[in-house]
Write a protein of this length. Structure first.
Length: 181
């Protein structure tokens, strides 16, 4: 019995010693406009869905050392939407920690580039899910990148975006908002 207890204590000690320590500064993303997994206010929806198409305010913290730029995406993964892109921004400077409400088209950090969304416009396109399709989850993700610049054209697709960041992501954080008509 003593031998079993000794082996168990030894194994537990090894696990504690080799287990990764939790990160005190894990990257986080939030919107002051709604809680994670909450409802996106109408203000941020497209006019046809009762909104004003104002881009969502976003804040992030805990970017890892070595971050040379950020990239952002907002994608609706609902089966009806089929990975509908609402916003992609690349080459956000490493010292940026937020995008204010209404930043799209007017207040994007210098050097950042807004990519075409699935509505066919460069910049933000708010929620406008088809009526009667239930709640759609809008996944907002900020990527901390080890490259200063991504070379994407303004008409790049989501697949182009994903390929461009592949192997360059140091960390990422997401928040999700829901919207339905």
């Amino acid at each position: 019995m003593n031998r079993i207890l000794t082996v168990a204590l030894f194994a537990a000690t090894i696990l504690l010693i080799t287990a990764p320590l939790p990160s005190a500064a894990a990257m986080q993303l939030l919107s002051p406009a709604f809680k994670d997994r909450g409802t996106i206010p109408n203000l941020y929806a497209r006019p046809a869905a009762g909104g004003h198409n104002i881009s969502i305010p976003l804040k992030w913290t805990g970017a890892p050392d070595g971050t040379k730029s950020f990239a952002l995406s907002i994608v609706d993964h609902h089966p009806v939407a089929g990975n509908w892109v609402h916003w992609m921004v690349i080459n956000i400077p490493p010292d940026a920690t937020s995008l204010p409400e209404g930043a799209s088209g007017k207040n994007i950090p210098p050097g950042a580039l807004e990519i075409r969304n699935s509505f066919g416009n460069a910049g933000y396109g708010g929620p406008q899910p088809p009526k009667g399709t239930g709640p759609h989850a809008y996944v907002i993700t900020i990527y901390a990148l080890k490259d200063t610049r991504l070379d994407l054209k303004p008409n790049a697709t989501l697949a182009d975006f994903q390929h461009a960041i592949e192997g360059k992501v140091i960390d990422e954080a997401s928040t999700t908002g829901f919207f339905e008509q």
